[in-house]
Design a protein around this ligand. Structure first.
Ligand code: CR1
Length: 827
């Protein structure tokens, strides 16, 4: 069966599909059916998990009917489709969104209540699928949501990791990683299709033969293979009965185990190849913004891409499809470089399997891919050693070499005599080792290359890929990121949503976020401001209850809530935030300032560090240590508090963001490609303190300087300081507040008199400080003083917060999707 086309039985008549009735009774009946016949349990004996699974399956019935109908409708009128290729999807919990999409929230709540079941309890039973690291994976999840909402045909492809992003715990203030066994209580949102398995080959060598016309044929003789089993997830729209598909691949051994060896008694050896194969989709690499050059990661990349292309070409297109028309049918969007091996894979399929001439195959391939770059850090651009690719994918390596050869001829034609340029642009780097630069391969093949915010796209063009933009200026474009208003406003902030709907008159804003501009007029309405504040206060209470239950943390109810949540990375500068906190603390304990002069604040951190990222882990340790000290110091009287709940994830973000007053977006200018958390905060009425970086630039332009706290060097100033030679210690020497803060941090005051424990971070700040935290310290502290002053004027602050909501409708991922369609996909 493996890899064969599963032919539908057209001889049978289609039967219209309908979900259960959209009534309380209909819902209850469907739910009990699932409980009885799906879970095999009676209500009085059922656990919360039984009920949750039955509820999820019930909601699936409603969605499934729409999914089948969407498929039928699309097959009847085929249009160009998006093949979104991403190694990560950070989905978050599914239940709330599925209820929203099917308009079942009230029905389910009422129906379950008649059975004595509390919907909220079932909601919190769900373990979120954490199949991504951070921004890149969450962006993919927002994008596929928007495409479904806009009824744009899209299949999103990825990997069904058995273990997602690790669960973070703290022990003695240090991060410990626990495997995220997210499938352990069942996974009701997926359904596997083993009959649509795809075989994926690896290793071996290539052989060449010539046919009677003297044409060379290459045959790849692989040495091992695995199979990919597709698991389908439905991606529901909103109020439009459209449901798209997310198809995640799980790796399995082709021959399950060796019965002879098993029978001979060597049980471990009998399943060795199975274990080996299944490792491919075992675990998500927990790296954010830095590639991890492990061979298994390349296996993962090729695995999901090969499955996806095969699935589309052999199972989705009609059997007699003329592949010359492929670019009219699909555009593969490469979410960063992780899926870039798809380019030589499509060439291999066209040339080796389908018998196309090279030139024609290349012409087709070039029109089928577009590439999004998500970074500016040079070390984050993936590079695969030639010998690793050669060992794992010998035919693909040959294809890459040939693509490069042809490409370099083109470069020499365009720029005769410029051998330096040729070497700079080569897809194959020669130093420090021979390696394939995946971003270059993507740039050569893609119809379009985009950055993820205006500033990022500019820097990508001028600083990261300048030679490519000179050669092909029209390839480069920008699409500023966005976030889905369904999850991050409508679901995460029901109270604000209600208020918005109340004043705008209807819920159209949920799918047309520019309508938020209608709130602008209410910023000057005192009674609206009062309601807006009540919403914020209620969201804080809701958050604090959660933190109490989840982490045993007590939070003072009335403090300004100052939040920095994102992956722990030096360029994001959690250490700058920490210096600010220590500075405040120091100024009080040294007697230079009275605690009553400090605007009461609770600082919230949420961040995971990649397990192998030493500096990031030391920073977590320091934050926790500082928190411990400050929170237990009676002189602070709760007016200065630091909380760091462990295991920041989508679920926690949904509670935290609506409660925040201040959003910290303080990366060094020119380093954060976009950020998407920044958008979520603004949309939920937090004010931003931020640098002129990533999408902050666009947020500030839209909300206006009076409603945004800008600080720090601009990107050109950063470049200039770097060129002059940055000496962090000179900033330390010249700034008393900074010196006192750094000294206190390094003194052992926070780390049980153990100076060494703080020294990694402190020494790096003083003697290296690659991301110039010390250079921006003064400006940051001054901006924080402006925050304090602004916060003291409650009415003006609320007005600013409302204007942030009213003016950031632009950051809907629906708008991002329209931009992708206009600028990339439908061009
Ligand atoms: C960027 O660091 C951006 C997201 C989504 C991240 C962040 O600024 O918002 O992508 N990059 O575009 C990333 O994760 C692996 O690279």
């Amino acid at each position: 069966l493996l890899g064969t086309r599963s032919t539908p039985t057209h001889a049978l008549a289609a039967v219209p599909v309908e979900g259960p009735p959209l009534t309380v009774d209909g819902f209850v009946e469907a739910f009990l059916q699932e409980l009885h016949f799906g879970q095999g349990v009676q209500l009085d004996r059922s656990t919360v998990n039984d009920q949750y699974l039955a509820l999820a399956r019930t909601v699936m019935h409603y969605m499934m009917a729409e999914w089948l109908e969407t498929g039928r409708r699309r097959r009847a009128e085929p249009t160009k489709m998006i093949g979104y290729l991403s190694a990560e999807y950070l989905l978050g919990r599914q239940l709330g969104n599925a209820l929203l999409a099917t308009e079942l929230t009230e029905v389910a709540e009422e129906g379950l209540a008649t059975l004595g079941i509390d919907l909220a309890t079932l909601r919190s039973q769900e373990i979120e699928p954490g199949l991504g690291n951070g921004g890149l994976g969450r962006l993919a999840a927002c994008f596929i949501d928007s495409l479904a909402v806009m009824d744009v045909p899209c299949i999103a492809y990825g990997i069904r990791y058995e273990y997602g992003i690790f669960r973070q715990t703290f022990f003695n203030n240090r991060q410990l990683e626990v495997p995220d066994n997210w499938l352990r209580l069942g996974s009701p949102w997926e359904f596997p299709h083993p009959e649509r398995a795809v075989q994926v080959d690896f290793g071996g060598h290539t052989e060449r033969t010539s046919d009677e016309n003297g044409r060379e044929h290459v045959q790849w003789v692989p040495s091992w293979n695995v199979q990919g089993i597709p698991y389908h997830y439905m991606v529901p729209g909103y109020d439009n009965k459209a449901v798209n598909t997310l198809r995640l691949w799980s790796a399995q051994a082709t021959d399950a185990f060796n019965l002879q060896i098993f029978n001979s008694g060597d049980h471990a050896e009998a399943v060795r190849s199975q274990t080996f194969a299944e490792n491919i989709s075992k675990v998500l690499y927990p790296e954010d913004s830095t590639p991890q050059g492990r061979e298994l990661r390349l296996q993962q990349q090729y695995f999901f891409v090969a499955c996806s292309l095969h699935d589309y070409i052999e199972h989705t297109l009609p059997a007699d499809f003329d592949l010359r028309k492929l670019p009219d049918q699909i555009i593969w969007q490469l979410n960063d470089t992780h899926p870039v091996i798809a380019i030589p894979e499509l060439m291999r399929i066209l040339v080796d399997v389908k018998g196309f001439e090279w030139a024609e195959a290349w012409d087709i391939t070039k029109r089928c891919f577009a590439y999004t770059c998500h970074t500016l850090l040079p070390e984050a651009l993936e590079v695969w050693p030639v010998d690793v690719i050669g060992r794992l994918l010998p035919r693909h390596l040959e294809i890459i070499f040939r693509i490069n050869e042809d490409f370099l001829i083109e470069v020499r034609e365009r720029f005769p005599g410029d051998e330096l340029r040729v070497r700079r642009m080569s897809i194959i780097a020669e130093h420090p080792e021979r390696a394939v630069r995946m971003a270059y391969l993507a740039s050569v093949a893609a119809t379009k290359i985009n950055g993820v915010a205006a500033l990022h796209s500019e820097l990508l063009r001028d600083k990261v890929l300048p030679d490519f933009s000179e050669m092909w200026p029209d390839k480069f474009t920008n699409v500023t990121n966005g976030v889905t208003p369904r999850r991050f406003l409508r679901l995460a902030n029901p109270k604000l949503s209600e208020l918005i709907t109340e004043v705008l008159g209807d819920e159209r804003w949920v799918t047309d976020l520019d309508r938020l501009s209608g709130l602008e007029a209410y910023a000057d309405d005192a009674s609206f401001r009062e309601k807006f504040r009540q919403v914020k206060a209620a969201n804080k209470t809701r958050l604090f209850e959660l933190l109490k239950r989840r982490d045993g943390i007590d939070v003072a109810p009335d403090n300004m809530l100052d939040v920095m949540v994102k992956r722990l990375h030096e360029y994001k500068r959690q250490s700058l935030k920490l210096l600010h906190i220590v500075h405040l603390y120091e100024s009080v304990v040294s007697g230079r300032r009275d605690i009553s002069d400090i605007v009461p604040r609770t600082f919230v951190f949420g961040a995971k560090a990649a397990p192998g990222y030493h500096m990031a882990k030391e920073t977590i340790f320091l934050i926790n240590s500082v928190a411990e000290k400050i929170n237990s110091d009676s002189r602070m009287q709760g007016r200065l508090a630091v909380v760091f709940p462990a295991n920041y994830n989508v679920t926690l973000a949904e509670r935290l963001i609506p409660a925040a007053d201040l959003s910290e977006q303080i990366s060094l200018a020119g380093k954060e490609a976009s950020g998407t958390g920044n958008m979520k905060f603004a949309l939920n009425g937090a004010l931003t303190i931020g640098t002129d970086d990533g999408a902050n630039v666009e947020i500030r332009k839209l909300v206006g300087d009076d409603h945004f706290f800008l600080f720090g060097m601009s990107e050109p100033e950063v470049a200039e300081l770097g060129a002059r030679g940055y000496v962090p210690s000179s900033f330390y020497e010249q700034n008393e507040d900074l010196r006192r803060a750094v000294d206190l941090l390094g003194s052992g005051e926070f780390t049980g008199s153990n100076r060494d424990a703080a020294s990694t971070v402190v020494n790096d700040l003083l003697w290296n400080d690659r991301f110039m935290a010390l250079a921006d310290f003064q400006s940051y502290v001054e901006a924080q003083a402006r925050v304090d002053a602004a916060y003291a004027d409650t009415e003006a602050w609320t007005r600013s917060a409302i204007l942030n909501v009213a003016r950031t409708g632009f950051f809907s991922s629906d708008r991002s999707m329209r931009d992708y369609l206009d600028r990339i996909w439908l061009r």
